[in-house]
Design a protein around this ligand. Structure first.
Ligand SMILES: [Zn+2]
Length: 132
């Protein structure tokens, strides 16, 4: 890739990243977030003769899972907050996905800058030139 094309690409990526960052900041002022994942589970109660022993499990039950100190925590969610928890967690997931986009763009910009760097490297011999 020639240098002018790389420069254009870096500029475009910067513009794209700025757009995403502004969206993130705007969303932050309007939306609250619930960190982690909301997971839906069906369970067997373990009582003999119950319908669940034949595969008709109880539920759904919703839990919030998240990592703390390297361990996965799981918290039972009461039914009256299911809708809010899911919505707030969606906001979090959207936020994290945009954050990942920013990170990918940064990585791509660095890759392009490295290509430019490579093209500008000179050898010691060329610095000494004919003087030596
Ligand atoms: Zn059961």
């Amino acid at each position: 890739m020639e240098s002018s094309k790389i420069r254009k690409k870096i500029k475009d990526l910067g513009t794209e990243r700025f757009k995403i960052e502004m969206e993130m900041i705007r969303e932050l002022s309007r939306k609250k977030m619930l960190k982690g994942s909301v997971v839906k589970k069906y369970k067997a109660c373990g009582k003999g003769g119950c319908k669940c022993t034949k595969g008709d499990l109880h539920g759904p039950f919703y839990y919030l899972t998240y990592k703390k100190d390297g361990k996965t925590k799981m918290i039972f969610l009461r039914q009256n907050i299911w809708d809010s928890a899911i919505k707030l967690n969606d906001n979090y997931r959207t936020w994290r996905s945009k954050r990942a986009q920013v990170s990918n763009i940064n990585r791509e910009i660095l890759r392009l800058l490295d290509i430019m760097e490579e093209g500008s490297n000179v050898s010691l011999e060329s610095i000494y030139g004919k003087k030596r």
